[in-house]
Ligand binder design. Structure first.
Ligand code: NAD
Length: 477
C-alpha cells in the first residue's frame, strides 16, 4: 500500500489528524494507496511555509526560475512511463493516452512558461517630461486547485505560471487522483526547488476549501473543476476581494455541416466525444448534424463507437478505460437512464460493461429534446447526444441553448460560413475543422457558467501578477 503524504515546506509530512482516505484504482476497484485527509491546520501550515518562502523566491532572477523549470521538466521526461502508469492507475485512463498526452503536456507546461516568462517584461513610456514604467509583480501566496480528469496536466498548467512569475503556491490536486502530484513533490524536492515555494496538500475540498480560498494571506485562487464548486469558491473569494480564475464545466456543441470533410469530421467526432472516457471539459457532448447527412453520420458514428475497445487501461490496444470513480460511474449511468426516460433512443452503448471496474460503453443517444436534462447538464462521461438541424440559424440557437459556454467545434468546407458561425457561438474557444488543437500561447477559458477569466499564454502571466505603474518626472529629456 502506497502512503501519499502532503508536501509542506520542502518536507513530505503526514496530515496532522493522522487520517487518510482510500485511493481506488477504478479499473480494478482495489484500494492501492492512502491519501492524507488534510484539514484546516494542514492548510495553515502550508500557507505559513509559502509566506515565509515568498520574499526570497520573488527576488530570485527570472533566469534562475527558468533554470529550475527546465530541470523539473527534464525530470518529468525521465519519469515519463512511471508517471503515465500512475496516472492511469489513479484515473482509469488508458496508459497509452497518459503516455501520449497527459505526461508530455506536464513537461511542456513547464517549458512553455519558462520560455513565455523570458518574453514577459516591463513596459516603458517616455515623454519629454516623464518616464513611466509598468512592472508586473508577483502577488504573494496563491492557491491552485485542480480536478481529476487530467491530473498532472492541469496541476502543472496552473502552478507553472504561478511560480514562474515569482509567487509561492499552495496547491490542491483532486483527492481522487493524487498520485502524480505526490510524485511531482518528490521531483521538485530532488530538483532543489527552495523549501516552501510549492506546497501540495491532499484531501477533500470542503475540508480545506474555506482556508485555501478565504485566508487573508492568499492573494489569488486559480480553480479548475465543476461549476458548483467554482460558484462556491467565487463567493468565498469575493469576501476578501481576491483575484479568481475559474475554469468550469462544459456541454460543448459539435456542429457538422453537410459540406464538411465527412471522413475527418467522423473520425474526430469519435475522438472528441469519447476521448478520456468523455471526461474532458472540452468534449463535444452535443453533436448537431445537418439533416441531409444525419442518418449516415449517426449510423457511422454508432458503428465506430461500438468498435472502440474497452477494458484494461494497461493494454496498448485499449481505446476506452474506466471512468474515474464509483460515484462518477453511478452518476453517468443515472444520466443514461434519465435520457431513456426523456425519450432518447440509444444508438450505441447505453450500459456498463459487466464485471469488475467502472467501465461504461461509449453511448450515443438521439431523439432528445434540446432542452431536456440530458441535453442541458454536463454528464462528463462517455455519453454524447446527436440531433439533426436544417439551417445555420437553427443550429446556432441550439448550440447557444445551454447555460455553458466553454468550447465549440464547427465542421464545414466553407470558410465564410465557418467564420459566421464561430462569431455567433457563445464560447471561449471555437475549433473549425479540428478539435483540441492547442497552441499554449492562446487564451483558454469559457463564458457563461463555464468560466471566469482566461488561462494560457500572457493571460495566465497577467493573472498571477499585479501591474504597477511608476512615473518619474524628468527635466529636458
Ligand atoms: P470538483 O469541483 O468536484 O473538484 C475540483 C477540485 O476542487 C478538486 O481538487 C476538489 O477537491 C476541489 N474542491 C471541491 N470542493 C471544494 C471546496 N469547497 N473548496 C475548495 N476546493 C474544493 O470537480 P471535479 O469533479 O474534480 O472535476 C470535473 C469538473 O471539472 C467537470 O465539471 C469539468 O468540466 C471540469 N473541468 C473544467 C476544465 C476547464 O478547463 N474548464 C478542465 C477540466 C475539468
Amino acid at each position: 500500500m502506497i502512503q501519499i503524504e502532503n508536501y509542506i515546506d520542502g518536507k513530505l509530512v503526514a496530515p496532522l489528524s493522522g487520517k487518510y482516505l482510500d485511493n481506488i484504482n477504478p479499473a480494478t476497484e482495489e484500494v492501492y494507496s492512502q491519501v492524507p485527509a488534510s484539514q484546516k491546520e494542514d492548510v495553515l501550515n502550508a500557507i505559513a511555509a509559502a509566506k515565509k518562502a515568498f520574499p526570497a523566491w520573488s527576488k530570485t532572477s527570472v533566469e534562475q526560475r527558468i533554470e529550475y523549470f527546465y530541470k523539473i521538466a527534464a525530470m518529468i521526461r525521465d519519469k515519463h512511463e512511471e508517471l503515465a502508469l500512475a496516472e492511469s492507475r489513479d484515473n482509469g485512463k488508458p496508459v497509452k493516452l497518459a503516455m501520449r498526452v497527459d505526461i508530455p503536456r506536464a513537461w511542456q507546461n513547464l517549458e512553455f512558461y519558462a520560455k513565455a516568462m523570458s518574453q514577459f517584461h516591463a513596459e516603458s513610456y517616455v515623454s519629454n517630461s516623464s518616464i513611466n514604467y509598468t512592472t508586473y509583480n508577483p502577488l504573494g501566496v496563491v492557491t491552485c486547485i485542480s480536478p481529476w480528469n487530467l491530473p498532472l496536466y492541469l496541476f502543472t498548467w496552473k502552478i507553472a505560471p504561478a511560480l514562474i512569475t515569482g509567487n509561492t503556491v499552495v496547491a490542491k490536486p483532486s483527492e481522487v487522483t493524487p498520485m502524480t502530484a505526490y510524485l511531482f513533490s518528490q521531483i521538485v524536492k530532488e530538483a532543489g526547488l527552495p523549501d516552501g515555494v510549492l506546497n501540495i496538500l491532499h484531501g477533500l475540498g470542503p475540508d480545506m476549501g474555506d482556508t485555501l480560498v478565504g485566508h487573508e494571506d492568499i492573494k489569488a485562487v486559480s480553480f479548475t473543476g465543476s461549476t458548483a464548486t467554482g460558484k462556491y469558491i467565487a463567493n468565498k473569494a469575493a469576501e476578501s476581494f481576491k483575484k479568481v480564475s475559474l475554469e468550469m464545466g462544459g456541454k460543448n456543441p459539435n456542429i457538422v455541416f453537410d459540406d464538411c470533410d465527412y471522413e475527418k469530421a467522423l473520425k474526430t467526432t469519435i475522438h472528441s466525444s469519447f476521448a478520456n472516457q468523455g471526461q474532458i471539459c472540452l468534449c463535444g457532448s452535443r453533436i448537431y448534424v445537418q439533416k441531409s447527412i444525419y442518418d449516415k453520420f449517426k449510423n457511422d458514428l454508432a458503428e465506430a463507437a461500438n468498435k472502440l475497445k474497452i477494458g484494461d487501461p494497461t493494454d496498448s490496444k485499449t481505446a476506452q478505460g474506466a471512468v474515474v470513480s464509483k460515484s462518477h460511474y453511478e452518476k453517468i449511468l443515472s444520466y443514461i437512464e434519465i435520457a431513456k426516460k426523456e425519450g432518447g433512443t440509444i444508438l450505441s452503448g447505453g450500459e456498463a460493461v459487466e464485471g469488475k471496474g467502472y467501465f461504461i460503453k461509449p453511448t450515443l443517444i438521439e431523439n432528445l429534446d434540446i432542452n431536456c436534462q440530458s441535453n442541458q447538464d454536463e454528464i462528463f462521461g462517455p455519453v454524447a447526444t446527436i440531433t439533426p438541424f436544417e439551417t445555420e440559424s437553427d443550429v446556432i440557437a441550439m448550440a447557444n441553448g445551454t447555460r455553458y459556454g466553454l468550447s465549440a467545434t464547427v465542421w464545414t468546407g466553407d470558410v465564410n460560413k465557418a467564420h459566421r458561425v464561430a462569431s455567433e457561438i457563445d464560447a471561449g474557444i471555437v475549433w473549425v475543422n479540428c478539435w483540441l488543437n492547442r497552441d499554449l500561447r492562446t487564451p483558454f477559458g469559457g463564458v457563461k457558467n463555464s468560466g471566469l477569466g482566461r488561462e494560457g499564454g500572457k493571460d495566465a502571466l497577467h493573472f498571477f501578477t499585479e501591474v504597477k505603474n511608476t512615473c518619474i518626472q524628468v527635466e529636458n529629456l
